[in-house]
Design a protein around this ligand. Structure first.
Ligand code: ADP
Ligand code: ZN
Length: 754
C-alpha cells in the first residue's frame, strides 16, 4: 500500500468531523490508513490517525500538509480503521475517541518527534566478529576473554569487571568489540515460571463444542486460495455450566487456529483476569501469548502490543480493550463470560466488547465464540432464532457433580421465635442452616465462601426517632458506615465524614445502623466461629491493606477458612477445597429499578453456586433469601438457565425490552437542576414524543439524581428499528442547544439505568 496525495485524519479528542491534509511527496510511502500523524490545527499542532486516502477533498480551500508521521508500521491495521469508523457511527461517538480507545496510551504517543518510539533500549557489548585490524593490548586481551561467553549488557559488564565504558568505546573504534543498542522487552510475566501444559482428553460434550468451533474457523490457506477467506460461519454460543471445561475447549480451538496460521483474541472480564487465568494460556502457548491488561506498566503494555503488531505474539489475552489487539490474520475471537456487564465501557465510546467483537469477526471473516454458564438474553435469543449456533455442555468436567443447593427462607429462619442463634442481629445475617453447614466445613478442614453484595458495615445510617438519614452532600445517596475507620462514606463520590454522636436534627442519642455490609458479616462470623481463620475481600480491603492477589493466594494455600466478600469473589475463581458457598442476601439485586434485575440476580446466584465443589468433593450452596419463590433465585440455584430464560424472554417481549428492541439511555447533566430538567424535556420534544415506532420515556431524575454535585436527568428510547432509533437520536442531539455547563450523553444499548 502506498499513500496518496490527500490524507483524511481523525484528530485525537472529541471533534466528530474529519480533516483533510495534503501529504508531502517525502511522506507518501509512510502515510497510509492507520498511520499516526502530527498535523497543524489552527496555530498549533495536534495528533491524529489517518482513516482514508481520498481521491479528492470536499474542502474548498488549500489543504495544509501533514507535518510528520510515526515510524514503523501503521498503528492501526486496515481492519481496525474500519472498526473504528463503525464504532463511531453506531455508538454516536467521535472517531478520534474510538481510535483512542483502541490504542494503549504509550503506543498512541509513540513515534512523535523527539518523543522516542516508546521502546526501552539497552546497550550490549560483544567481541567483534571479524578479526581485529590492530593487535590488542594485554588489558584488551583480558577484556576480550571476559567477553568470550557472548553478548552482555554493557552496564552490567562494566560493573562486574571494573571496566569503564570509555575503554569499551575505544575498543569499538579499533574494531575489537561491537556495541549494540538493543530493544529490551518488558515482559509482564518475567520471573514467573509457568510449567507447560498439554491438551486434556475431552469428554463428549467438549468434543462436540470444539468441533463446532473448528468448523467455524477460516480454512487453512492453500496454494490456490491464498489467504482469501470464505464467508464467516455463524458465531458459536458456548453454553456450559460452571466448570464444564469451557476454557479447555478455548485452548484447543486456539491451538487449531494457530496451526492453520491464524491468530486469536481471548477476552476475559477484568475481574477474572487473574494470574491463574493468564497462566493457563501461557502454559499452553508460551511466548506466543501476549497479555494486555490495564494493570500492566505502560512499558509492558507498549511492548506486548508491539509483539502482537509485529507477529511475534499471535494470541492476545485481556479484558474489554484487548478486542482491539493488532492481531493480523485473525482467525478466532473468544469472549468468555459474555454476559458480564464489564464488557460495556462506561465512558465514550460506550461500546460493548461482545457486540463489537461480532462486528470485528464479521469484517475479518473469522470465528467468534461466546462462552457463558448464564448467557445474556441477547445472545440466547440469537441462538433461538438461529443467528448463532449453540453448543451445550451440561456437566462438570471433573467431578460430574453439580453442587446441591439449599434455599433458605429467611422469613422463617429470622423470625424471633425460631430459637436458632444468639444475638438479634446475627440471626438476620446467618441462618441456622448456614451456621451448621459452616461448622461442618470447619470440622473437616474445608473452605467456605460467603458472598454479600454490599461493602461497609451498615448501608443505612439514620435516627430512629425523627427518621433522619445520613446522605451525601454531593450525591443523592445514603452514606454507608465503615467501622474500620469509624466514618460514613459515600460509595458514589468517596466523600466521608464522622458519624454524628447525636442526631443533628432532634438530638436523639442512639443513632441506628441499619442493614448489613461485608464488614459486619466478617465481625459476626468472628463471634460465631471464634477459631476460624476469616478474611474479607472487597473494595475497601483491596484498595488499602493488601491486594486482591495476596488474599486469594492465602485462600488458595488453605490459610483461610472463610472468605467473606462482594462480587469480587463471585466470579471465575477456581478453588478445589471450597465445598460451601453461602449467598447471604440473594435478593438485594431484585429491587433495583432495571429491566435486567432478574437476569443479573440469576447470573449472580448461578456464578456463586459455581464456586463450590470444583474439586473432587461435592459442594453445597446455601442461598438465603426473603423471596424464595422468585424465579431468578429458584432456577439459578439449580443452574436451570433454559427455564429462566424462556420465562424472562416472554416478559421482555411483552414489555418491548431488549432483545426485542434496542435500548438507549440519554443523560443530561449540569450544575443547575431546573436547567437540566428543562433541557431533558427539550430533548424529548426534539426526539418526537408520540410515535408508534418507538417508545420514549419521560425525562426523569437519574437513580442517583445528584453525583459529585452534578444533577442528572435521563430519558430512555427503545425501538425494534435500529436505524430509526439512530436517526432520531442524532437528530435530537444536533437540534438541542446545551446552554451553560449542560451536557448530553447518549448510551446506545445501555445496560442499566444508572
Ligand atoms: P469453565 O471454564 O467451564 O468454568 P474450566 O475449563 O475451568 O471450566 O474447567 C474446570 C476444571 O475441569 C479445570 O480444573 C480443568 O482443568 C478441568 N477439566 C476441563 N476439561 C477437562 C477434561 N476434559 N478432563 C479432565 N479435566 C478437565
Ligand atoms: Zn457522594
Amino acid at each position: 500500500m502506498t499513500g496518496g496525495a490527500i490524507a483524511r485524519v481523525a484528530l485525537d479528542g472529541a471533534a466528530s468531523q474529519f480533516f483533510d491534509y495534503s501529504v508531502p511527496e517525502t511522506l507518501r510511502q509512510a502515510v497510509v490508513p492507520g498511520s499516526r500523524v502530527r498535523v497543524p490545527l489552527g496555530r498549533r499542532e495536534t495528533e491524529g490517525t489517518v482513516i482514508a486516502l481520498p481521491e479528492r477533498s470536499d474542502f474548498s480551500g488549500r489543504l495544509r500538509p501533514v507535518s510528520s508521521v510515526s515510524t514503523g508500521s501503521p498503528a492501526l491495521t486496515p481492519a481496525l480503521v474500519r472498526l473504528a469508523l463503525w464504532m463511531a457511527d453506531y455508538y454516536i461517538a467521535p472517531v478520534g475517541l474510538c481510535v483512542r480507545t483502541m490504542l494503549p496510551p504509550t503506543v498512541r504517543g509513540g513515534g512523535k518527534a523527539g518523543g522516542g518510539d516508546g521502546f526501552a533500549r539497552e546497550l550490549t557489548v560483544a567481541a567483534a566478529e571479524k578479526m581485529p585490524e590492530v593487535e590488542p593490548t594485554r588489558r584488551q586481551t583480558e577484556i576480550l576473554s571476559w567477553l568470550a561467553g557472548g553478548e552482555q549488557l554493557l552496564s552490567g559488564f562494566c560493573r562486574t569487571w571494573g571496566v569503564s565504558p570509555e575503554t569499551l568505546r575505544r575498543m569499538e573504534r579499533e574494531g575489537l568489540v561491537a556495541i549494540r543498542n538493543r530493544v529490551r522487552r518488558r515482559d509482564p510475566l518475567a520471573g514467573r515460571r509457568v510449567a507447560p501444559s498439554s491438551p486434556l482428553p475431552l469428554n463428549a460434550e467438549q468434543r462436540a463444542a470444539l468441533e463446532m468451533i473448528v468448523a467455524a474457523l477460516p480454512p487453512e490457506p492453500t496454494a490456490e486460495s491464498g489467504a482469501r477467506r470464505c464467508n464467516p460461519a455463524r458465531p458459536v454460543l458456548l453454553h456450559g455450566v460452571t466448570a464444564s471445561g469451557k476454557t479447555e475447549v478455548y485452548l484447543q480451538a486456539i491451538a487449531e487456529t494457530l496451526r492453520r496460521g491464524y491468530g486469536a483474541i481471548v477476552l476475559v472480564p477484568e475481574i477474572s483476569l487473574t494470574p491463574q487465568t493468564i497462566r493457563r494460556f501461557v502454559a499452553r502457548f508460551g511466548d506466543v501469548v501476549a497479555v494486555l491488561h490495564s494493570q500492566l506498566g505502560p512499558g509492558e503494555r507498549h511492548d506486548e502490543w508491539h509483539r502482537l503488531r509485529n507477529g511475534e505474539a499471535r494470541v492476545a489475552v485481556g479484558p474489554r480493550s484487548a478486542l482491539f489487539a493488532p492481531v493480523e490474520r485473525l482467525g478466532l475471537v473468544v469472549v468468555d463470560e459474555e454476559h458480564e456487564p464489564s464488557y460495556k465501557q462506561d465512558e465514550t465510546p460506550r461500546y460493548h466488547a461482545r457486540d463489537v467483537a461480532a462486528v470485528r469477526a464479521k469484517f475479518e471473516r473469522c470465528a467468534l465464540v461466546l462462552g457463558s454458564a448464564t448467557p445474556s438474553l441477547e445472545s440466547w435469543r440469537n441462538a433461538e432464532t438461529g443467528k448463532f449456533a449453540i453448543a451445550r455442555m451440561t456437566r462438570r468436567a471433573t467431578s460430574f457433580q453439580l453442587p446441591s443447593t439449599t434455599i433458605v427462607d429467611m422469613r422463617v429462619e429470622a423470625a424471633p421465635n425460631s430459637g436458632g442463634l444468639p444475638g438479634g442481629g446475627a440471626r438476620l445475617v446467618f441462618s441456622d442452616t448456614l451456621v451448621k453447614a459452616i461448622r461442618t466445613r470447619l470440622d473437616y478442614g474445608e473452605q467456605t465462601m460467603l458472598f454479600l453484595n454490599r461493602r461497609g458495615w451498615a448501608p443505612r445510617v439514620g435516627c430512629p426517632k425523627c427518621g433522619r438519614t445520613e446522605t451525601c452532600e454531593n450525591c443523592s445517596v445514603a452514606m454507608t458506615y465503615h467501622r474500620d475507620d469509624e466514618v460514613l462514606r459515600c460509595h458514589v463520590c468517596g466523600a466521608w465524614r464522622p458519624v454524628p454522636s447525636v442526631c443533628p436534627d432532634c438530638g436523639e442519642e442512639g443513632y441506628r445502623l441499619a442493614g448489613v455490609g461485608t464488614q459486619r458479616v466478617e465481625t459476626i462470623a468472628r463471634t460465631l466461629f471464634p477459631k476460624a481463620r476469616i478474611e474479607r475481600m472487597d473494595l475497601d480491603v483491596t484498595s488499602r491493606k493488601c491486594s486482591h492477589e495476596e488474599i486469594l493466594a492465602r485462600f488458595r494455600a488453605g490459610k483461610t477458612d472463610i472468605l467473606v466478600g462482594t462480587q469480587m469473589i463471585a466470579k471465575g475463581l477456581d478453588f478445589p477445597n471450597v465445598t460451601l458457598a453461602g449467598i447471604l442476601n440473594a435478593d438485594a439485586g431484585l429491587a433495583v429499578p432495571d429491566f435486567r434485575a432478574a437476569e443479573r440476580t440469576f447470573q449472580l446466584v448461578a456464578q456463586m453456586a459455581g464456586r463450590a465443589g470444583r474439586g473432587d468433593r461435592p459442594g453445597d450452596v446455601i442461598v438465603q433469601t426473603w423471596h424464595p419463590d422468585a424465579p431468578a433465585i429458584r432456577l439459578a440455584a439449580r443452574e436451570n438457565f433454559a427455564e429462566f430464560a424462556a420465562a424472562e424472554i416472554e416478559e421482555r417481549r411483552e414489555l418491548s425490552y431488549p432483545p426485542f428492541t434496542r435500548f438507549c439511555l440519554v443523560t443530561v447533566k449540569g450544575s443547575a437542576r431546573e436547567a437540566v430538567e428543562e433541557c431533558a424535556a427539550r430533548f424529548a420534544d426534539a426526539a418526537g414524543r408520540d410515535d408508534p415506532r418507538w417508545k420514549l420515556g419521560d425525562p426523569v431524575p437519574a437513580p442517583v439524581e445528584k453525583a459529585n454535585g452534578v444533577w442528572r436527568f435521563q430519558l430512555t428510547l427503545r425501538s425494534a428499528d435500529s436505524v430509526l432509533l439512530h436517526e432520531r437520536l442524532r437528530g435530537a442531539l444536533s437540534a438541542v442547544q446545551t446552554p451553560g455547563d449542560i451536557s448530553i450523553s447518549c448510551d446506545v444499548d445501555a445496560l442499566g439505568c444508572g
